[in-house]
Write a protein that binds this ligand. Structure first.
Ligand code: FAD
Ligand code: NAP
Length: 333
């Protein structure tokens, strides 16, 4: 197995300075079995784009680098493709669009790996990965058996799955199979996407247009971790009852809210945080991004503890002002 300097800053997008005892790359299931044959078990890291290191990591950090792209089967309408967990997510999306296979184009430019995508059921611009998910294979670290999960057994929900709870640290995802469409129907429900398409002058919209629009909007709007450390949205958008939504809406008529199919409402966490005055706030090297209040940033030398304290203070002020609890989306190690 390839060994790296056990300094972790280059391996997470937050760029927090911390160490592990050992850092290795996992390129096969055999590598994983070797690592999980004795305790203490290593921690798995994909692209490190959804992790905040609260301090040094005891033991080994294993970088998921299993590569595979295999067409399992196809029919007139769909193709089922298995991707190794270490494939880079955006490269996979780009490749699928190039093949003319639809379903993942709205998820372009999300950092990280394929294996982490089912973990929080990644989503953007009205699409979540479970829309085209078929199944995955995971190594059960207790038995060292390979286990297949279909969609219901993954318990996918908004930025959530069984792998964030019951199977956290136990199941290591080694491959994911997506069922992609040969006759795709595009999703342009988000204003940013259709505004971009309009600006591009596209009328007959295909998946390559949506892909390009998403890449352009994201490049313009979201902080690039190569320039400034961050892990994307630090909090989930809260989903509240119809009663609370009504009460808040009468007090804050401009508050954005999106009705859900079960009668609840999704609020925009970024708006709530902004209203509490946090946007652009900086405390040492920890801060809230100036254009996107949902993104906490590391200006260089912030510690995980400083970012966490800032997050806790933001949660407290949103709770006090709106009576709404913000849940962390980022995994804290
Ligand atoms: P990591 O950060 O390496 O890992 C995340 C967690 O999953 C860790 O606990 C890790 O142990 C575990 N894990 C990783 N791989 C495996 C595996 N193979 N098996 C078991 N456990 C594993 N997310 C969205 O949903 N939508 C977005 O639009 C979005 N935009 C983002 C934009 C930016 C700029 C950034 C920095 C992040 C964004 N994110 C977004 C969050 C992040 O990119 C996703 O959650 C991504 O799927 C994380 O992948 P990763 O490989 O980096 O995971
Ligand atoms: P945005 O388009 O400015 O919208 C703000 C919020 O309102 C989003 O969080 C989104 O919820 C919600 N929203 C907007 N239009 C909606 C619609 N038509 N129907 C339902 N909900 C709607 O958001 P943004 O910050 O620029 O991000 C764009 C997309 O990329 C979003 O989907 C966001 O989730 C995703 N993103 C995620 C991360 C991450 O780390 N998780 C980071 C960057 C961007 P949703 O978040 O539920 O979509």
């Amino acid at each position: 197995m390839l060994e790296f300097d056990p300094y972790l800053a280059p391996f997470t997008t937050f760029g927090i300075q911390a160490n592990a005892d050992r850092v290795v790359a996992v390129e096969s299931i055999a590598d994983l079995i070797t690592l999980f044959s004795k305790k203490p078990f290593p921690r798995i890291l994909g692209g490190g784009s959804n992790v905040l290191l609260s301090g040094d990591v005891e033991g080994t950090v294993a970088l998921m680098r299993i590569r595979e792209r295999t067409i399992e089967r196809e029919d007139a309408d769909h193709v089922w493709v298995r991707f190794g967990a270490g494939e880079v997510w955006h490269d996979v999306v780009t490749w699928c669009v190039q093949q003319g296979w639809g379903g993942l184009e709205n998820l372009a430019l999300i950092p990280g790996t394929v294996g982490a995508a089912p973990m929080q059921n990644i989503g953007a611009y009205g699409v979540e990965q479970n829309a085209v998910f078929d199944s995955l294979v995971a190594l059960d670290t207790e038995t060292l058996d390979e286990t297949c999960f279909d969609a219901p057994s993954c318990e996918f929900a908004y930025r959530d799955s069984v792998f964030k709870h019951k199977y956290r640290y136990r199941m290591i995802i080694t491959s994911v199979t997506y069922r992609l469409s040969k006759k795709p129907v595009v999703n342009t429900t988000y204003a940013d996407v259709w505004n971009e398409l309009e600006a591009m002058g596209v009328t007959d919209v295909g998946i390559a247009d949506v892909y390009r629009a998403v890449v352009q909007v994201r490049t313009r709007k979201l902080p690039d971790p190569k320039q400034i450390g961050n892990a994307g949205s630090f909090f989930k958008n809260p989903v509240v009852s119809a009663d609370l939504h009504e009460a808040l809406k009468s007090e804050y008529p401009t508050m954005p809210a999106y009705p859900q199919s079960n009668g609840t409402y999704k609020l925009a966490a970024a708006w709530l945080i902004d209203q509490c005055g946090w946007k652009g706030h900086r405390r040492g090297d920890a801060g809230v991004h100036a254009n996107q209040a949902l993104v906490l940033v590391n200006y260089g030398a912030a510690t995980g503890a400083e970012i966490l304290q800032l997050a806790t203070d933001i949660q407290a002020s949103v709770l006090e002002k709106f009576g709404v609890e913000l849940e962390r989306e980022v995994n804290v190690w």
